[in-house]
Ligand binder design. Structure first.
Ligand SMILES: NC(=O)c1ccc[n+]([C@@H]2O[C@H](COP(=O)([O-])OP(=O)(O)OC[C@H]3O[C@@H](n4cnc5c(N)ncnc54)[C@H](OP(=O)(O)O)[C@@H]3O)[C@@H](O)[C@H]2O)c1
Length: 283
């Protein structure tokens, strides 16, 4: 398998160009799945306070022979803890749960604009970075006006914006905004999410044809497309074979026309159903 390239964040931290999603992985089976992913070669692991599996991620890290310094662990602040003092405590609690001294990346999970406290939460992340609890700070599910507000009120832009992104929701405007502001876009549900939706996207003719041409799977075509868009995908798989397959995307290239053809699948607008960040409330 080819080596995983890196992506450099605005603050200089270099992340692997693909990471591992862990939502729903808990307990002994979760430890096994994450341990397997690290063995397959994943070094960036995405978790969240609200996944209730920071402990599972921490157990997998301690089980693995890979040194902590070679891993990149990313977690997220829940909406109910946006108020400054609560956010600082939640970051500490995340670290205790994981059994870690620091996170490589920590994100505001959702903006929850109705509550209007995400700038407060952002100040807490900025300070936690200064205290050495977090190496890089970012957000998730943020749209341009919220990012503009963070910059205007704190002078600090996020290093990362993690958003829903797959061929049925290719997010051209948000990608353009992020790129123009030096923010790395990460893709959640990069394969279209769990269940029948993933299957439906994989059966799209454009993806099947490309898979045949490059002797890859439709999932690998999606991940390669995201990589060529400059996006960092976070695929999840419980299966060691699929975990390895999803890393094996760095030995071929789609042509610009092929990248465009996948981007145009966006017309279907078949989002995974989590909702629009402007209205979605997740605490
Ligand atoms: N920031 C946010 O608000 C947010 C929201 C949602 C998700 N996320 C993050 O993004 C990560 C990934 O998103 P996701 O879990 O929703 O979905 P996903 O990675 O797009 O898709 C996962 C599904 O695809 C299947 N799969 C994986 N590799 C495959 C392959 N090579 N061929 C065929 N099927 C394959 C998996 O099944 P098997 O397990 O059986 O392989 C699983 O059912 C999450 O784990 C989480 O870390 C963040």
């Amino acid at each position: 398998m080819s080596e995983i390239p890196t992506i450099t964040l605005r603050d200089g931290l270099q992340l692997p160009a693909i990471g591992f999603g862990t939502a729903g992985m808990r307990g002994a089976q979760g430890v096994q799945a994450i341990d397997s992913a690290i063995n397959q070669g994943y070094r960036l692991i995405d978790t969240a306070y609200n996944y209730e599996n920071e402990g599972t991620v921490g157990a997998a890290i301690r089980r693995s022979p890979v040194p902590r310094a070679d891993l990149f662990i990313s977690s997220k602040l829940p909406g109910r803890y946006h108020e400054y003092g609560k956010a600082v405590t939640a970051i500490q609690e995340s670290l205790y749960r994981a059994g870690l001294d620091y996170f490589d990346l920590y994100l505001i999970h959702w903006p929850n604009p109705e509550r209007n406290q995400y700038v407060d939460a952002w100040r807490a992340l900025i300070d936690a970075q200064k205290f050495g609890l977090i190496r890089s700070i970012g957000v998730s599910n943020f749209v341009p006006e919220y990012l503009d507000r963070l910059e205007k009120e704190t002078g600090v832009l996020p290093a990362v914006n993690q958003i829903e992104l797959h061929p049925h929701h290719s997010q051209p405007e948000q990608r353009d905004y992020d790129r123009a502001h030096g923010i790395v876009t990460e893709a959640w549900s990069p394969l279209g999410g769990k269940g029948p939706k993933t299957q439906r996207i994989q059966e799209t003719l454009v993806l099947r044809d490309l898979a045949e041409k490059y002797h890859k799977s439709a999932a690998q075509i999606m991940l390669r497309w995201e990589h060529q868009l400059g996006v960092l995908p976070l695929p999840l798989s419980h299966n060691p074979g699929r975990q390895a397959q999803n890393l094996d995307i760095f030995d071929f290239s789609l042509t610009p026309d092929e990248v465009q053809a996948v981007t145009e699948l966006d017309g279907e607008r078949q989002v995974t159903g989590y909702g629009d960040p402007r209205t979605h409330e997740e605490l």
